[in-house]
Design a binder for this molecule. Structure first.
Ligand SMILES: [Zn+2]
Length: 137
C-alpha cells in the first residue's frame, strides 16, 4: 500500500511529503519525494528530488555529529533504557549541545559546556567524519 508521510526536519524550515510502499520491507523501502515547501536556505533547488536530497544530507550530518558528541563527551551524557530494555546514550537534561548552520550550511556546535579534553576529542571526531562541514566552538 502506498503511503504518504510529511517530514519537517529540525535542521531548517522546509517540509517534504514523500511516498513509500508499506508492503516493502523497511530496509528496502524507497522514499519518493512528491511535494515540498522550501525554506529561505533551500529555495533555489530546481526540483523536489534535489531538495529532498539536500535536506536529508543536512539532517543526516546533524544526526551523525550528535552521535559523535554522545560518544566523546561522557560528562554530559547518561545511559537510559528504552522500552525494550536496551541502553541508549542521551544528553543529560539541559546539556544538549546547541547548534546552528553558518552561511555556507556548515553545522556549528556550541561545546563550551564540555570538559576541554572532551571538546578536543569531539572536535577531531567531527572533523574526521565531516571535515569543515561540521564544526565545534
Ligand atoms: Zn530548508
Amino acid at each position: 500500500m502506498i503511503k504518504t508521510t510529511k517530514w519537517s526536519p529540525d535542521t531548517c524550515g522546509c517540509s517534504i511529503s514523500y511516498q513509500w510502499d508499506s508492503e516493502v520491507p523497511e530496509a528496502e523501502r524507497v522514499h519518493t519525494p512528491v511535494e515540498s515547501v522550501k525554506c529561505e536556505f533551500h529555495k533555489n533547488h530546481p526540483d523536489v528530488k534535489s531538495h529532498f536530497g539536500a535536506i536529508e544530507e543536512e539532517n543526516g550530518r546533524k544526526n551523525v555529529a550528535i552521535a559523535e558528541i554522545l560518544e566523546n563527551a561522557p560528562s554530559i551524557v547518561e545511559e537510559v533504557e528504552d522500552a525494550d530494555g536496551r541502553k541508549q546514550k542521551t544528553f543529560k537534561s539541559g546539556k544538549e549541545p546547541k547548534w546552528h548552520f553558518d552561511e555556507n550550511r556548515n553545522i556549528v556546535f556550541d561545546l563550551d559546556h564540555l570538559k576541554p579534553a572532551e571538546k578536543a576529542a569531539t572536535k577531531s571526531a567531527l572533523f574526521r567524519k565531516h571535515g569543515a562541514r561540521a564544526k565545534a566552538q
